[in-house]
Design a protein around this ligand. Structure first.
Ligand code: NG1
Ligand code: ZN
Length: 554
């Protein structure tokens, strides 16, 4: 390092030291960079925000690219907040830097500069390298001041910041990807996002010319969050090809409260505030609009949920048909987690004959596995997912779509595929993009919601939680489907599962809450609930349960 660099470094660190005193860390407070960044009650997060601004500058210097910072706590209650970093291609930040994030967030006040200095040394970061960071935030009351703290962090390390204000999480990921691909992926503006996705959608539905107004009509539950706001902004770009009735717009109700994708998925019932008629197509976003689930109510008043597994099945079936029709040699894979309904996996493998992979919970694992296919469709059962098209797959599709010597049938399939690529937010799962994709797939194939639902029947399933003294006593293997410890737990689960038909169960520590999650499925809801309860009891007895014993659901 030259003397000049040392002087710059010292001046910057002095500024960081001065500013960080305005964002003090409560002594002793330790937070985890969980499945999707830091997440806790908003009052505890000011110092974390400031420090993530600092870390984003370092990450930007290291990658020589623009980095994203999103302030949100997704589907958590309104009092919570959170933050996560976005890497140059719009993907989740790489695991080593999650570690750094924890070191920076948890350093006591006087140790902060040393921790930053160590990271710079380990990563050989050049202090003179420029840095640029994009900031987005959701609509929580705490998000504005918290994103201001992020900005303070960025500026105190002399980074360049662009604050987009309120954005959906996937929009922020999109901006970062556009910026770092010199706009080849799209323009890094909300207008650029609306334009790219809606143009592709409008092109796709041209292949379904006779849609009725009823078929164009969709009810959307905005979870009282940012998704509602952004969907309203996007509507004019859709040229009336989608007619949206928007509920839970955030004008009165509370964010995620008795509404939104997570509520609908876990309760397996409709959200409050949506006026749905029999058979009507409805969907719910979560609080930051990166998850979506569909549903409807039948003439007997029964609720039907079409979750992430059903969405993955719909999309991969569509893609497989088009790839075959286009005569392209592209391998399609579907990536799921252990929470995927057993029926969906069986249907994909046995009927659709596509490769299915099961990975650990958390989008970063799914995204990574999906990159191994020419076309990788990944979805968590809770509705978070997208499709990744490899660069060579996109090239082959584009060439065929322009090839004047090819047959009309092949060309048309390639053009539909090309627009499917463009309607998809490949940076990350995106409720708005997934909604347009599902709507287009249904339209192009002339499928009703009921026909989509009938592709396979979900096995009854149940998710439960068990409180234990120390969740780390449970360790797992085989994509979290088997417990390695504590001794005897997996044997107990195996013995219970054997007593039911079409059954499956597993236990794992949650990565976002201090709890053990239990999942069970079986031939009937009654058997599923009974199996889930017995597995909860086994966890309680063998893994140090605390508080009241798990009670059967009645
Ligand atoms: P944990 O708490 O690790 O189960 C939950 C979801 C994940 C993912 C993360 C991030 C389930 C069962 N788990 O993780 O799929 O979405 O939150 O938000 O839905
Ligand atoms: Zn979310």
């Amino acid at each position: 390092m030259t003397l000049f660099n040392v002087a710059i470094g010292m001046a910057l660190f002095e500024e960081v030291s001065k500013k960080s005193a305005l964002h003090p860390k409560p002594a002793g407070l330790l937070l985890n960079y969980g499945t999707s960044g830091f997440r806790t009650v908003a009052e505890q997060l000011d110092h974390v925000m400031f420090r993530m601004g600092l870390l984003a500058v370092l990450r930007s210097k290291k990658t020589k690219a623009t980095i994203g910072v999103m302030v949100t706590a997704s589907h958590n209650p309104e009092e919570d907040n959170g933050i996560k970093l976005v890497d140059p291609m719009g993907e989740m930040v790489t695991p080593t830097w999650e570690e750094y994030a924890m070191q920076v967030a948890n350093a006591e006040q006087e140790a902060l500069l040393t921790v930053l200095g160590d990271i710079m040394k380990r990563e050989a970061i050049d202090i003179n390298q420029g840095a640029a960071v994009f900031i987005g935030r959701d609509t929580r009351p705490s998000s504005e001041s918290l994103s201001q703290a992020v900005l303070d962090g960025i500026l105190s390390l002399a980074g360049h910041a662009h604050d987009y204000g309120v954005l959906t999480t996937p929009q922020l990921h999109f901006m970062v990807r556009c910026e770092n691909t010199q706009s080849r992926y799209g323009n890094p503006t909300t207008e650029g996002y609306y334009q790219k996705l809606s143009q592709a959608f409008v092109q796709l539905v041209k292949h379904a010319p006779n849609r009725t107004d009823d078929q164009k009509h969709l009810l959307v539950d905005g979870a009282n969050g940012v998704g509602a706001l952004k969907l309203r902004e996007m509507e004019p770009f859709l040229q009336k090809e989608l007619q949206i009735s928007l509920f839970n717009k955030g004008t009165g109700g509370k964010l995620n409260f008795q509404c939104g994708a997570d509520y609908v998925k876990v309760q397996q019932g409709p959200p409050l505030g949506v006026e749905m008629l029999v058979g009507q197509r409805c969907c719910s976003f979560d609080g930051d609009a990166d998850r979506i689930v569909y549903y409807y109510s039948d003439s007997e008043g029964r609720f039907h949920l079409l979750d992430g597994d059903k969405i993955a099945t719909l999309i991969s079936t569509f893609l497989k048909k088009l790839v075959t029709q286009a005569g392209l040699d592209l391998q399609i894979g579907v990536v799921q987690t252990a929470y995927a309904n057993g029926s969906s996996t069986r249907y994909l493998e046995n009927n659709m004959k596509v490769t299915v992979r099961c990975v650990e919970t958390g989008v970063k694992h799914l995204h990574h596995a999906a990159q191994e296919f020419d076309i990788g469709v990944y979805f968590e059962a809770n509705g978070h997912g997208t499709v990744l098209f490899s660069e060579s797959a996109v090239e082959k599709i584009q060439q065929l779509a322009m090839d004047s010597s090819t047959s009309d049938e092949k060309k048309s399939a390639a053009q539909i595929l090309e627009n499917t690529v463009n309607v998809t937010n490949q940076a990350v799962g995106d409720a708005i993009s997934d909604m347009l994709l599902v709507e287009a797939v249904l339209a192009v194939q002339g499928l009703s919601l009921q026909q989509w639902d009938a592709m396979y029947t979900d096995l009854p399933n149940r998710q439960r939680k068990v409180k234990v003294a120390d969740k780390s006593v449970i360790t797992t293997t085989d994509a979290e489907r088997r417990a390695l410890s504590p001794a005897g737990l997996q044997d107990a689960v195996d013995a219970l599962v054997k007593q039911y038909r079409l059954s499956r169960a597993f236990v794992r520590p949650s990565g976002t809450e201090d709890t053990i999650r239990v999942y069970a499925e079986a031939d009937t809801q009654e058997n599923t609930d009974s199996l889930a309860h017995e597995v909860c009891m086994a966890v309680y007895r063998l893994a140090g349960g605390v508080g009241e014993e798990p009670q059967p659901l009645c």
